[in-house]
Design a protein around this ligand. Structure first.
Ligand code: 5GP
Ligand code: MN
Length: 336
């Protein structure tokens, strides 16, 4: 275990640092990781971000992106960095199975492990924890960590601010989710003052789609959407065939699950997609409905109350049927 004073003492000397984040990184995962990266490199630490898998093009523009190592394509280099590290930051996840086979390498490394995260039920693998489930994004916690744990607000430069803004913007659904408190807006104001260009970040993330992605979205909404009015629930089911037909890339499915929630009375939306070797579910809900409970109990997953995910090795149709059979048990919550 590390206390705050010992952590600060360690960081006063140059360290060999690995920053990692969860499988299929999203905006908060990449924004947190590169935000912290751009902070640490100013202090002379040897720092590398390693992602377990690739991530979408709309997140590939952040400062420091060119230095990111993807484990699946640079396995040996990544494994050596993990083995040699003195500190490993684990950002936006709290269980080592979220980083696939990298998890065991991180567990085996002699490095101190520092978790900065906002998910429920952390696994006990870390030496220092900056964890708060009320935070709207891990990037908010990285900001708090730099400013209030490391007392280094002056090192929040334009690059750090740009990455952390991206993390908070994407995880709060553009400052719309209930956990977007006034404190979050104050952090955002600080990040803009530090050089984050808000309108440009929105352009880069949300207005950088391809024609294919827009046509795929149209297909999902026209042909794959099923509304279950008796449960105030919507399901979008996408087959492997659809994915191939529209040449869907990493990131192209991101956010599609949110569209059905724009229908009044829809309280729960599911996006169920057939990937190569498994079926992946993304759930989004409004208000108090616990989407993460369904993912945890039935689909080996988890997440937050309003945004959760899981997976299954059953067939696409079986997964859809299973999901539908779960709904009657939640009918009371869904129809209020
Ligand atoms: P998404 O639907 O965007 O894939 O995931 C939404 C949220 O659910 C993520 O931020 C993450 O917290 C959580 N999540 C997604 N997939 C999994 C999973 O397989 N296991 C766990 N524990 N959480 C997941
Ligand atoms: Mn997050």
């Amino acid at each position: 275990m590390l206390d705050t004073a010992s952590l600060n003492a360690l960081l006063a000397q140059p360290q060999k640092i690995v920053i990692t984040t969860h499988h299929k990184p999203d905006g908060d995962a990449m924004g947190s990781s590169l935000g912290l990266y751009n902070y640490l490199i100013q202090q002379g630490h040897h720092t590398r971000v390693i992602t377990p898998t690739d991530y979408p093009d709309f997140l590939s523009w952040m400062p420091g992106n060119g230095e990111v190592i993807i484990y699946t394509t640079h396995t040996q280099e990544a494994a050596k960095l993990i083995a040699d590290a003195t500190l490993i930051f684990c950002l936006d996840f709290n269980a080592l199975n979220r980083i696939n086979e990298m998890g065991e390498l991180v567990r085996a490394s002699g490095a101190y492990k520092i978790m900065i995260d906002h998910h429920l039920e952390p696994e006990d693998f870390d030496d220092y924890r900056h964890w708060d489930i009320n935070a709207c994004a891990s990037a908010q916690l990285v900001y708090d960590f730099i400013v209030n744990v490391l007392n280094n607000k002056k090192l929040v430069n334009k690059d750090v601010a740009t990455c952390l803004y991206t993390g908070i913007m994407t995880d709060s659904a553009s400052f719309r989710l209930p956990n977007t408190t006034s404190a979050v807006h104050r952090v955002i104001a600080d990040l803009i003052d530090a050089g984050a260009i808000n309108w440009r970040i929105h352009e880069l993330v949300y207005n950088s789609a391809t024609e294919n992605r827009l046509r795929f979205l149209g297909h999902c909404l026209t042909n794959c959407l099923e509304i279950l009015p008796e449960f105030n629930t919507a399901i979008i089911t996408v087959s492997k065939h659809d994915m191939e037909k529209y040449a869907v890339n990493t990131g192209d499915t991101e956010g599609i699950v949110n569209y059905p929630l724009s229908i009044s009375n829809i309280h729960l939306a599911a996006f169920i997609v057939e990937r190569n070797d498994k079926v992946k579910l993304s759930l989004r809900s409004k208000g108090d409905f616990p989407a993460n409970e369904i993912c945890k109990l039935y689909f080996s997953g988890g997440g937050h109350r309003n945004a959760a995910g899981g997976e299954s090795t059953a067939s696409l149709q079986e997964v859809v049927n299973k999901f539908k059979l779960i709904l009657p048990g939640y009918k009371k919550l869904l129809i209020q």
